[in-house]
Design a protein around this ligand. Structure first.
Ligand code: ADP
Length: 265
């Protein structure tokens, strides 16, 4: 854009037209670049589990299958890698549907506190780690209009991260606060935290603070990007705060109209 400025200044009569054209090209270039980057990322994410599987399958084919101890371990690795690829492809499909904008939100009026409690209960029932949950919720009912499947996924993604990054004996705190015209939901953990410069980037597709660690934990690097799309589709906002070594809090908001309360009481 800068390189073409002299032309714009000389031909004053065409300024508007020229600016529009240049702007379009830059937009298009940006889209093209993002698309190339996205395809490169997807290819890389698929190549990693595929090459791992190839070497384990080769070892099995070359005789490891006859070893009672090694064979089950190697098969387990290939199963894990297959599961990861399925998760990745499902996440990609999910994002592609969100991108195409032709999806519809399946909205229902629900009491958010009850809805959130049920999701937390489900996690609490199944955690094997030594982690405690604490909840700070309003006593009253908070009715919001949401797509419950999508919000379930948002919360699943955020809570599983909080669990993944929590230390043994850590606490995860859930809260819902009523603000003016919206509710603010937060999930805090006492994990390793996210460096300040990366706080916004973690919502980008495939962005991970520590790639090796995230992969090792089975992450696809798409969880928070999906959460962001879904919250924005509900006209909410999502962001993170963190202190390295102390913990992370993920916040999101959802539109809320307290006057709706009258209809439910
Ligand atoms: P992943 O599948 O890698 O978890 P996400 O999109 O869910 O992908 O998260 C992106 C990155 O943000 C993670 O790889 C991790 O580096 C960082 N992150 C997310 N949640 C937390 C958390 N609670 N504590 C520390 N880091 C986090």
């Amino acid at each position: 854009l800068r390189a073409n400025f002299s032309v714009i200044q000389k031909e004053t009569g065409f300024v508007n037209g020229l600016i529009t054209v240049l702007h379009d090209i830059t937009e298009q270039e940006k889209i093209d670049m993002e698309r190339r980057e996205f395809v490169a990322n997807v290819s890389h994410e698929l190549r990693t589990p595929l090459t791992t599987m190839r070497s384990y399958l080769e070892a099995l084919a070359e005789g490891a299958w006859q070893d009672d101890e090694i064979a089950p371990q190697f098969l387990h690795v290939t199963q894990n890698e297959t599961e990861r690829m399925i998760r990745l492809v499902n996440d990609l499909l999910q994002l592609s549907r969100l991108d195409s904008k032709d999806y519809r939100l399946n909205k229902d009026w629900v009491n958010f506190v009850e809805f959130f409690q049920r999701i937390i209960d489900r996690f609490e029932m199944t955690i094997s780690q030594n982690i405690t949950f604490s909840r700070t919720f309003p006593k009253k009912e908070i009715y919001v209009e949401i797509d419950t499947d999508k919000l379930t996924q948002v919360l699943d993604n955020i809570i599983s991260n909080a669990l993944k990054y929590s230390p043994q004996g850590g606490e995860i705190t859930f809260s819902v606060k009523e603000k003016n015209e919206f509710i603010e939901v937060s999930i805090s953990d006492q994990g390793m935290g996210i460096p300040k410069d990366n706080l916004e980037k973690v919502f980008d597709r495939f962005y991970r603070v520590d790639k090796a660690r995230s992969r090792q934990m089975g992450g696809t690097g798409l969880g928070l990007a999906i959460a962001k799309e879904m919250i924005e589709a509900h006209c909410g906002r999502i962001w993170a705060t963190s202190i390295e070594g102390k913990g992370t809090t993920i916040y999101f908001t959802l539109p809320y109209d307290p006057s709706q309360e009258d209809d439910w009481s």
